[in-house]
Design a protein around this ligand. Structure first.
Ligand code: FES
Ligand SMILES: [Fe+2]
Length: 370
């Protein structure tokens, strides 16, 4: 966020790891309660979030410019935030409105305020140049099944992953890890695993696909009528620098039983991934399905399955992060990495363009038919 921040200035010489002129998820809407101060560290910056009287979100720097007291410990009076230490008070635009011990207010007594918009299930923040913060650039979460009448959406929570955001992008865009990490070890010794297909749809959309046979216990739970031979087709869709959608489309087998036939239903797992720091990431985990949408009993086992997978991914990524230096260089890649490498090049290009002063463009959310 702002270059005025202390922790930022010490890193100013490093190339940025993430593009900043994009919308990132800062919180679930439900996390921001009227008249309450909410704190979260994003892009290595302490932030406070709260709602104006109108309900609109406010995102501001979270340390008092006077003596760096965390403003989350302060008190909100309507739209005025009073620091707990000496009572200096700021409004929702970051202006200082009161210094209790004097009448004059120095120009440096203000809070950085960041563009923030509530859209879909989330509060979005723009950590880059405020002049470029166009709400039209916010990814369309309805097309991801969130808030769509034909989909049942779930909020599966917020998680802190002690690993850089890039590792989660690599994880999601290389679906071959599903077989080794989320199934018992040795699956590939007994089963011919599919090749991961990789495709670019449009300028920004990168999709990797894997087909899984046979059906596992989970797909049998979802579609008990479907019989034992069910094909799951996995897609990973890169939507924006902080948003990747994992898709599982479950199919009956085709008549020859050697590939997917009629579709039974689709599950989507939008992962909002917001850097907390250079080596830690906030994950806002959503899930939606377009089948059995009135069956509330299915929510708990679906959430449980999602959280088991998430826990395995988190453990793997944190184990990797523990041995990384500041710069991430892999020694080798395989064909299954193509999608992840393509996304990495795209993000590097966004950073380079941003450094050169280019303006951001719309994310591509056209996808699974939601
Ligand atoms: S530190 Fe906030 S008023 Fe002094
Ligand atoms: Fe995974």
């Amino acid at each position: 966020m702002s270059e005025r921040n202390d922790s930022q200035s010490s890193r100013r010489k490093d190339p940025p790891m993430y593009p900043r002129n994009h919308w990132y998820v800062a919180a679930w809407s439900r996390e921001l309660v009227q008249d309450k101060i909410f704190a979260r560290r994003i892009f290595d910056q302490e932030l406070v979030l709260y709602r104006r009287r109108s309900g609109e979100p406010v995102v501001q720097s979270g340390l008092c410019p006077h003596r760096r007291m965390p403003l989350a410990l302060g008190t909100l009076f309507g739209e005025e935030l009073e620091c707990r230490y000496h009572g200096i008070t700021f409004d929702a635009d970051g202006r200082c409105v009161r210094i209790p011990t004097q009448d004059t207010i120095p120009p440096t007594c203000r809070l950085d305020t960041y563009p923030a918009v509530e859209r879909g299930p989330w509060i979005w923040v723009w950590p880059g140049d405020p002049a470029q913060a166009d709400p039209a650039l916010i990814p369309d979460t309805r097309s991801l099944g969130l808030g769509h009448p034909q989909w049942r959406a779930m909020d599966n929570g917020t998680y802190l992953i002690e690993a850089r955001q890039q590792l989660y992008v690599d994880n999601l865009m290389d679906l071959s890890h599903v077989y080794a990490l989320h199934f018992p070890p040795g699956l590939s010794r007994n089963l011919q695993l599919p090749r991961i297909q990789y495709e670019e749809r449009g300028e920004r959309k990168v999709v990797t696909t894997a087909t899984l046979l046979p059906a596992d216990e989970f797909t049998r739970l979802l579609f008990p009528q479907a019989g034992p031979a069910v094909f799951s087709v996995f897609d990973a869709e890169y939507i924006a620098p902080g948003l990747i959608n994992a898709v599982i489309a479950v199919h009956q087998p085709n008549p020859a039983m050697d590939g997917p036939g009629a579709a039974l239903g689709t599950l989507v797992f939008p992962h909002a991934l917001t850097p907390k720091s250079a080596t830690a990431t906030h994950l806002f985990m959503a899930e939606a399905r377009n089948f059995r949408i009135d069956d509330a009993d299915l929510d708990a086992p679906m959430r449980e399955s999602n959280l088991r997978i998430l826990t395995e991914d988190k453990a793997a990524l944190e184990a990797i992060e523990a041995h990384l230096g500041s710069e991430l260089r892999y020694r080798m890649s395989v064909a299954a990495d193509s999608g992840a490498l393509r996304v990495r090049r795209h993000i590097d290009a966004l950073i380079a363009a941003e450094q050169a002063g280019a303006r951001p463009s719309n994310p591509d959310t056209s996808h699974t038919g939601a």
